[in-house]
Design a protein around this ligand. Structure first.
Ligand SMILES: CC(=O)CC(=O)SCCNC(=O)CCNC(=O)[C@H](O)C(C)(C)COP(=O)(O)OP(=O)(O)OC[C@H]1O[C@@H](n2cnc3c(N)ncnc32)[C@H](O)[C@@H]1OP(=O)(O)O
Ligand SMILES: NC(=O)C1=CN([C@@H]2O[C@H](COP(=O)(O)OP(=O)(O)OC[C@H]3O[C@@H](n4cnc5c(N)ncnc54)[C@H](OP(=O)(O)O)[C@@H]3O)[C@@H](O)[C@H]2O)C=CC1
Length: 291
């Protein structure tokens, strides 16, 4: 199937990054969110990131302007109906995702492919609540989307070959690399990465180190580009906690229990960079550790 237009639901950090790379690769993009402010911020972020890429000579001025011109926004979910491909990138909560698919389905063409950028939730279960489980897939981009090379492709039990082949070709057109993962909680990257982050929070909770020493240890001792607590703030602590809960419930193993300190930060609304406070406080000139 030839994909030309993409509807993206959720204009947060993932939604805006996904819109950015699709528009840059020549796709028409229609971006949806529940908040007007969210849409405005997303477009401003894309504009800034494209400007930076152009100013560093990574893309031409023509490509930058072309990409911006291909991105449209809407608050009305049904307007995504005519798109060839839908990528749901809303908050990591299953009822929200189910509601989006339910609202959207009657407006979609029979051939439209539905996907979710979920970090952890069962693709088979999400698909089973839609009218097209055979044309449903997990389409998992990494953050920051314009920089990260990988896209995980996750087939639900009913996903057909045409859907998989179509998305594999799209990944190629985006200039990215696909990894196929089986549909088990959190797939591959987050099955490994998020328990590591959770373990770093346990190390903090138990006083093995403070925020700075834990991050420095992994950056300088294991050559990670970001320390695990800095990365948790970057991903969003609500998302990290949601993924740990899916692992804990889905695999029924206590080794995946979320650290109580992670839960506490989320309860405080300290979700990381997106709320300006998490393991670091970002409200000043430089990030300051909160512990
Ligand atoms: C939770 C999930 O479901 C799955 C996930 O995504 S898990 C998270 C996966 N992501 C990671 O692990 C990221 C780890 N961190 C990194 O790789 C790096 O710190 C980083 C790429 C984010 C930043 O790299 P850095 O060298 O520290 O910073 P910086 O020099 O500012 O950026 C490197 C390049 O990326 C670009 N960049 C950074 N963020 C960008 C963005 N949002 N959009 C576009 N470009 C961006 C910069 O412009 C810069 O480009 P140049 O090479 O042209 O200069
Ligand atoms: N953060 C990461 O590193 C990664 C996240 N993901 C996954 O991507 C998805 C999005 O995550 P992320 O971008 O980080 O989250 P954000 O919190 O940055 O963005 C989520 C966006 O979805 C919006 N939203 C909530 N409900 C709806 C709805 N019903 N319809 C439309 N939009 C809605 C939110 O609006 P409001 O703020 O107003 O609630 C917000 O703008 C999640 O499933 C997450 O697991 C995947 C890879 C990496």
């Amino acid at each position: 199937m030839d994909i030309r237009s993409v509807g993206i639901v959720g204009a947060g950090q993932m939604g805006n990054g996904i819109a950015h790379v699709f528009a840059l690769s020549g796709y028409d993009v229609l971006l949806n969110d529940i908040s007007e402010d969210g849409l405005k911020k997303a477009v401003a972020t894309i504009d800034k990131n494209l400007e930076r890429q152009a100013s560093r000579g990574k893309i031409s001025e023509e490509d930058r302007a072309g990409a911006m011109g291909r991105i449209k926004t809407t608050l009305a979910l049904p307007e995504l109906g005519p798109c060839d491909l839908i990528i749901e990138a809303a908050t990591e909560r299953e009822p929200i995702k189910n509601q989006i698919f339910e609202t959207l389905a009657p407006h979609l063409g029979a051939q439209t492919i539905l996907t979710s950028n979920t970090s952890s939730i069962s693709i088979t279960r999400l698909a089973s609540r839609t009218d097209r489980p055979e044309r449903f897939m997990g389409f998992h981009f990494m953050n920051p989307v314009p920089v990260m090379q990988l896209v995980e492709l996750i087939r639900g039990i009913a996903t057909n070959t045409d859907t998989y082949d179509t998305l594999l070709a799209v990944v190629g057109k985006l200039g990215k690399t696909a990894a196929s993962a089986e549909d088990y909680p959190a797939f591959i990257v987050n099955r490994i990465l998020i328990p590591m982050i959770n373990e770093a929070v346990y190390a903090l909770y138990e006083g093995v180190g403070n925020v700075r020493s834990i991050d420095q240890a992994l950056k300088l001792g294991a050559n990670h580009p970001m320390g695990p607590l800095e990365l948790a703030d970057f991903i969003g602590l609500d998302t990290c906690l949601a993924i740990m809960n899916v692992l804990h419930e889905g695999l029924a193993d206590t080794k995946y229990r979320p650290c109580p300190l992670l839960t506490k930060y989320v309860e405080a609304g300290w979700l990381g960079r997106k709320t300006q406070r998490g393991f670091y406080d970002y409200r000043g000139e430089v990030p300051v550790p909160t512990r």
